[in-house]
Design a protein around this ligand. Structure first.
Ligand code: SAH
Length: 388
């Protein structure tokens, strides 16, 4: 016996490699079960337990064999980000702060209406794009979310609303990928999470009720069209490149004409479905009648409707919300141009849960947050000096 073979055999620490089953769609889950020598149909059973019944304890999954129930905890787990804080707005909107690893937090918002409940889901920790009117941008960027962190937001919301149970109608009927981050810059995990949202054995949301919003990552709009079956919203916000380059800087890479071509292709692949063009209303910046007329021109031949979003202010923002009457004039011009145009109702403003107000808490890797905080401090100093 040599010295090496006399050494104790290290015990494999399986727990560190445990597969989080929330990271898998039904296909991935079936592959997982095959890889551990089980039948692929176990995926269907687990999917229902986890996503429909909210059960994460394998011991309670009574249609699995006892042996399998006992074996699974050593191989895998079911883990969603935990709710660190819940805030409820006067209008019923709820905002959850969800704890991720090492000091990062994201936000998810639930907006109840008479006949639907919309969940606004985040796709990244912060955002790498630097849209000048969005507070998430001021936070900088840390990383992409994993599938379990994306679908985990839906899982937590559904389970929490069920637990509150104050109103049976109060549940998630719609999901919008309009929280923190740019979903098309985190394509694969977002795509898998979308598949789980749509899966009839999970949340069974119809494609019209799952909307991905993008600032316009053109190649991935095409990819989305090929690989997913969901609705599309585009953060347009400006009717010409000069202005959009400032408001949505990714426009320098994918200018309006290229973006509109991608939208036409998307609509062609999904006949009968309209893209939503989001347009934030910034006083004196993009809200004049001439902007409305330019908007009609660039939207020609794009099957779409327009959603005007009154700007939601945040600390340090350099913009103001357009006046109600200016929004109305803008809207009527676009309507006359032949486009259905709605004005988004601002919800959850009292708890900073409205569009563009989500910030979470992130370990910024871009230093953008530090620069922003310094800028606010500067302006506050200037302000207090001028009052002195
Ligand atoms: N990155 C994606 C997903 C974020 S969606 C995208 O850009 O589409 C968030 C939506 O709210 C977008 O339409 C965004 O442009 C809009 N928004 C951002 N900041 C806002 C603010 N301060 N007021 C109103 N809407 C805002």
């Amino acid at each position: 016996m040599n010295a090496l073979s006399a050494m104790p055999i290290p015990i494999q620490v399986i727990s560190e490699n445990k597969r989080n089953l929330l990271d898998l769609d039904r296909k991935g889950l079936a592959e997982f079960f095959v890889s551990i020598g089980e039948k692929p149909f176990r995926a269907q059973q687990i999917f229902k337990w986890v996503h429909q019944r909210g059960i994460t304890d394998f011991a309670l999954m009574t249609d699995l064999s006892k042996a399998l129930r006992e074996r699974l905890p050593s191989l895998c787990e079911i883990k969603a980000p935990e709710i660190a804080k819940e805030q409820c707005s006067l209008d019923g909107t709820r905002k959850w702060l969800l704890r991720l690893d090492s000091g990062n937090y994201i936000e998810t918002v639930f907006i109840p209406e008479k006949k639907r409940g919309t969940l606004c889901v985040s796709s990244q920790v912060g955002c790498a794009l630097n849209c000048t009117f969005c507070s998430t941008a001021t936070q900088g960027f840390n990383r992409n979310l994993t599938v379990s962190e994306i679908i985990g937001q839906v899982w937590q919301a559904v389970m929490r609303l069920r637990a509150i149970g104050e109103d049976k109608e109060c549940t998630v009927t719609n999901v919008v990928m309009m929280g923190m981050g740019e979903p098309l810059l985190n394509f694969e995990p977002v795509n898998i999470a979308l598949a789980i949202m749509r899966d009839e054995l999970a949340y069974a949301l119809p494609r019209r009720r799952v909307t991905l919003s993008t600032s316009g990552i053109v190649p991935n709009i095409d990819r989305l069209s090929r690989e997913a079956d969901v609705s599309l919203a585009v953060s347009l916000h400006a009717p010409n490149d000069l202005l959009r380059n400032v408001l949505v800087p990714i426009n320098k890479k994918y200018p309006i004409s290229v973006l509109m071509d991608a939208c036409r292709r998307f609509a062609m692949d999904k006949p009968g479905r309209h893209i939503t063009m989001e347009y934030v209303m910034l006083q004196g910046v993009n809200d004049k009648p001439e902007h409305a007329r330019q908007l009609i021109k660039i939207l020609q031949g794009v099957p779409c409707k327009v959603n005007l979003i009154p700007f939601n202010p945040f600390k340090g923002a350099s913009y103001q919300r357009s006046l109600k009457e200016d929004i109305e004039v803008f809207r009527s011009i676009v309507v006359k141009g032949g486009f259905i145009t709605t004005v988004r109702k601002t919800r959850g403003e009292d708890i900073d849960a409205a569009c563009g107000q989500l910030v979470g808490q992130i370990i910024d890797r871009t230093k953008r947050n530090a620069r922003f905080v310094a800028k606010i401090a500067d302006t506050e100093e200037i302000r207090s000096e001028s009052y002195a």
